[in-house]
Design a protein around this ligand. Sequence first.
Ligand code: CA
Length: 466
Amino acid sequence: MKHPSSRLVVLLGLTFVAGFDSIAPAAVQPDRPNILVIVSDDQGYADLGFQGCRDIPTPHLDRLAASGIRFSNGYVTHPFCSPSRAGLLTGRYQQRFGHEQNPFFDPNDHREGLPTTEKLLPEFLRDAGYVTGWIGKWHLGAAPEFWPQHRGFTETFGFLGGGHHYLNWKTNAAQEYNLPIERNGRPVAVTNHLTLAFGDEGAAFVRRHQTEPWFLYLAFNAPHTPAEPTPDRLAQFKSIADPKRRKYAAQVSLLDDAVGGVLAALRESGQDRRTLVFFFSDNGGPIMTNGWNGSSNLPLRGGKGEVYEGGIRVPFVMSWPGKLPAACGSDMTVSTLDVFPTALALAGVPLPTNRPPDGVNLLPYLTGAVTNAPNPQLFWRMGGGRQLAIRAGDSKLVRLRSQPDALFDLAGDLGETQDLAGRRTNEVRRLGAGLDGWNKTLVPPAFPGLAGHAANPKNSKQLVEP
Ligand code: CA
């Protein structure tokens, strides 16, 4: 067992400040740091320069990673879109409140969305005096009570569904991928590629808010399908032989540009040293034969829709120049569940006691103030129990319905190729009991979701997202 402090591996010059009391007070500066959460959609674990990708340049995201910490054991709470985002914004395993499906898009359906019993991160931050912005994809319910402007976001720009066309769409309020793009609830014309439009909006938000603390949830739908890069960007990737990979690469490249614009706005407005930035994908790249979007999760096993590492382990970066170590990698196990308590700590907001978060404030772990592991156990459940998993230390138990439990040692077998269940029966029992205990704290899925509507033929046009 390695000493926990060895888990932060410094590769280049270390910028390390143990405390958070060195923010220079100034009349025009806010008293608390900003929080920027950038999410990509269905991006493969391997598909960034800083993750080792060779055929898709991502200079802006690489620069972000170089300015902070790249986590090689960063996880989301679900292997597909909407539940992953529900876990992120509540700081709780989303199965605690039944959010275990992608909601079926229907503005008149008052079940299909993130239950309004939950108080989201932006609500806490707004109440603490933060400007709270959402830009991009929502996918947490279409009925009015689920809209982002009713869930704590004071400034909004994006679409409500689970995906969207990027170019030349004909706006149609009844079709999930052709919904109007709305700014603060009013439709606006978007003529640019949608990913670049989101980047421009993010940069404008950053420039607009320099005297108050802010939280921006920049939730890209790229590089999720449909694959619609701009023709000129696609032409830059003609050396990639596979047409799907080529289009996907162009989409990732546009995403990188969009992020670059937002990060430039941060630097140019002098806010980069008082802004904590997170970046991760909402789930692994889809690799199923028909649904493959051109992504790669190598060397991980599986992808979107699976509790193998390829579905849940994602590219994961935290950056805060001058406050957190820079240019380093960490194998500390972190989760998107940690965003919520980390953000509340920065804002000086006490953690809720009635619905305690499942993650931890990562800052003391990253500065060295705390030296044990931040997440000794993480859990996953999909489809009401069709797939389950637990990671404890380097061991991982995978439980697929109607199959015996499988045990993997991620330290020596990142690709989950060797099932050790037959050799480590005590560990299988121990982890299985831990998984059972966690599972008992959850509730059944609260709404049927997209999958639950699949049987109705009139809904077939909606069924574009697994
Ligand atoms: Ca996704």
